[in-house]
Design a protein around this ligand. Structure first.
Ligand code: NAD
Ligand code: IPM
Ligand code: MN
Length: 370
């Protein structure tokens, strides 16, 4: 029997609520397959700072180092709570970015998927959504403005100033582009390259490297698009996109917009892959506005588990079953409140009821051998 260690970083806000549902699904996957998951819970985020003095404690680093994969809930506090923590220990700067840097998880896959049966959840008009939306945003995750040199100080005029630099070298650019081209090759062979080369030198270099990398993928058509225009195209004609690739900050912003065109960030899972380690997290945050109410949508977290099955353990059929189980719950007319618009005839259910229904659906599906 195969056995894997999984670090479970439940995180802040809705993190523990949605992680609990993901763990329910993991337990069922163990029962249905010849596999064991050793679940290693570890503190990470704002609560870790208050309880252990650091938002990414040493013990958590050791658990992550030893794990075969990491499941991570969202971290972060409300603005007011964040102010109680020194700036560099706040969970985003003190835990999340160091996690990404530690394992160089440069390839962030953010699927933007609304199958036909869920198309009605989109706030876009039915004629725009058509048979559904199926995009993958490939976001570079360990470079750019997030990780460039930063300084704050007082300038010669006596004014407080800040300097943050957007840095990429050609190797960082080419490795993420190879990932995106390979994905495009397996899908519709169209790659939208999102950039701002009319202003940013970083985009000029990015596009030079792209022209070189593209030679290896002659079967993939590249479509060049400026990031501001891409924001509009995502609203007006999202179905033109299949794979989109972009640098870190653009990917942060456009992926949240993509969650908006689906109808909720709760439909946005993700996979963050590095050379030796991968971690899986929803694209969204800790949603302090709805935390503790058992109303968050766990699809993003359970979907992140499905992405782990695919990417870390090669369990493609079982991952497909998990997606189908979740979509089946929606198809039965149920959803968490983020997607239940008044009068739309959707039966509103809680976070844990959604997880229970996913488990029931999955139980009813044929077991996968091996
Ligand atoms: P958010 O993504 O937490 O929430 C934005 C909106 O989406 C809120 O109205 C929220 O209720 C809703 N939402 C998000 N996930 C949902 C879900 N699963 N089900 C239903 N509704 C959902 O963004 P924010 O409020 O700007 O940020 C809150 C905190 O999260 C901040 O501290 C931020 O830094 C952090 N954050 C962390 C991550 C991460 O851990 N990867 C990602 C984004 C934001
Ligand atoms: C995300 C988040 C993070 C980011 C924050 C919390 C640092 O918004 O994963 O999209 O900006 O990358
Ligand atoms: Mn974000």
């Amino acid at each position: 029997m195969k056995s894997y260690k999984l670090a479970i970083l439940a995180g802040d806000g809705i993190g523990p609520e949605i992680t609990r549902e993901a763990v329910k699904v993991l337990k069922l996957i163990e029962q249905r397959n010849d596999i064991r998951f050793e679940l290693l819970d570890a503190p990470f985020g704002g609560h870790a700072y208050f309880e252990h003095g650091h938002s990414f404690p040493e013990q958590t680093k050791a658990i992550c180092d030893a794990a075969d994969a990491i499941i991570k809930g969202p971290i972060g506090l409300s603005y007011e709570e964040s102010q109680k923590i020194p700036v560099d220990e706040q969970p985003e700067r003190g835990a999340l970015l160091p996690l990404r840097a530690r394992y160089q998880t440069y390839a962030n896959f953010r699927p933007v998927s609304l199958p036909k049966s869920l198309a009605h959840f989109s706030p876009l008009k039915p004629e725009i959504v058509g048979d559904g939306i199926d995009i993958v945003i490939v976001r570079e995750l360990v470079g750019g403005l997030y990780f460039g040199h930063k300084e704050v100080g007082v300038n010669q005029q006596g004014r407080r100033y800040v300097r943050e630099t957007l840095e990429y070298d050609e190797e960082q650019i080419s490795r993420i582009l190879h990932v995106a081209f390979k994905l495009a090759q397996r899908r519709k062979k169209v790659l939208h390259n999102i950039h701002k080369s009319n202003v940013l030198k970083s985009s000029v270099l990015w596009n030079e490297v792209l022209a070189e990398v593209a030679q290896d993928y002659p079967d993939v058509k590249v479509v060049q698009m400026l990031v501001d225009a891409a924001a509009t195209h995502l609203c007006l004609n999202p179905r033109q996109f299949d794979v989109m690739v972009m640098e870190n900050m653009f990917g942060d912003i456009l992926s949240d917009q993509a969650g908006g065109i689906l109808g909720s960030l709760g439909l946005m899972p993700s996979a963050c892959l590095g050379p030796d380690k991968a971690y899986y997290e929803p694209s969204h945050g800790s949603a302090p506005d709805i935390a503790g109410q058992n109303i968050a949508n766990p699809y993003s977290m359970i979907g992140s588990v499905a992405m782990m099955l695919e990417n870390s353990f090669g369990m493609f059929e079982e991952a497909r079953n998990v997606w189908d189980a979740m979509q089946g719950v929606f198809a039965d007319g149920y959803s968490t409140p983020d997607l239940s618009k008044p009068g739309a005839g959707v039966k509103m259910i809680s976070t844990d009821a959604f997880g229970d229904r996913v488990v029931e659906k999955l139980k009813a599906m044929p077991r996968v051998a091996g």
